[in-house]
Design a protein. Structure first.
Length: 258
């Protein structure tokens, strides 16, 4: 069995929300498997710092970065104008960028909950469609969407976030079926609590942390690298017969009974 099934040499991956947390870990994982990576994130200074760190860690790889706020439809187009100008092509898209504003349902303003969909769903849908002409040039390419367990069951992250992630999961299933004949696999991962800057506030409450741990069979918070490993697997040639799937990276949370 060829070892190349477990490598991404010669492939180019676009990772959004790539400057910190899960996105940063995904970029490093893909680079470690031989891919060249295009980084996109809103915070230009943090993005540049992450690019430099990754270039030092993977000196033989090509790491490029483009600052963009993907909540802005025009900036989504600018990302793909940049990729066209680079002339690198594209084999992998990881839609990781996301946002949340936790509120009780009746407390959301129209602007707040619509903004969640703009960032979490509409940006991913646009990027998938913009990427398709590049991805479909290859016999096998891959999209991985970073969803959430909140798109599968109720958790305390707010109805807006849960709705948007459920929509992202359904988009994954639909595109997987629609684009299979074009050689484009589309999958998702659904993390539970992962140790990132975004979750640090909630997990700093010891009582809340205890509740989270109690509902997690593995008894701990996940790490960004553990999500990145699942994302990377779905991008590999070894996963060539996997599409339309949503892999929970949750320490057993979704399987917990009483």
């Amino acid at each position: 069995m060829s070892a190349n099934r477990w490598r991404l040499d010669g492939q180019v991956a676009l990772v959004t929300g790539a400057s910190v947390g899960i996105g940063r870990a995904v970029a490093a994982e893909l680079l470690g498997l031989g891919a060249d990576v295009l980084l996109v994130a809103r915070d230009g200074a943090q993005l540049e710092a992450s690019q430099q760190e990754l270039e030092e860690q993977f000196p033989d790889a090509d790491v490029r970065a483009f600052p963009a706020d993907l909540a802005d439809p025009e900036q989504r187009r600018e990302v793909f104008d940049w990729i066209e100008d680079l002339g690198t092509g594209l084999q992998i898209l990881v839609n990781n960028v996301g946002a949340n504003t936790p509120r009780p349902a009746l407390d959301y303003s129209d602007e707040e909950w619509r903004a969640l969909f703009e960032t979490n769903v509409f940006s991913a849908f646009d990027l998938c469609r913009f990427a398709f002409p590049l991805l479909s040039q290859h016999a096998a390419s891959s999209i991985v969407n970073v969803g959430s367990v909140s798109g599968l069951v109720h958790v305390r992250t707010g109805v807006g976030y849960g709705m948007s992630k459920a929509a992202l999961h359904q988009m994954t299933r639909n595109l997987a079926c629609e684009w299979a004949e074009d050689g484009v696999r589309v999958n998702a991962v659904a993390p539970w609590y992962i140790r990132t800057r975004r979750t640090s506030g909630a997990l700093a409450d010891p009582d809340y942390l205890d509740e989270v741990i109690e509902r997690t069979p593995m008894g701990r918070i996940g790490e960004p690298e553990e999500v990145a490993s699942a994302v990377a697997f779905l991008c590999l040639p070894a996963a060539s017969y996997v599409t339309g799937e949503c892999i929970a990276v949750d320490g057993g949370f979704l399987r917990y009974g009483f």
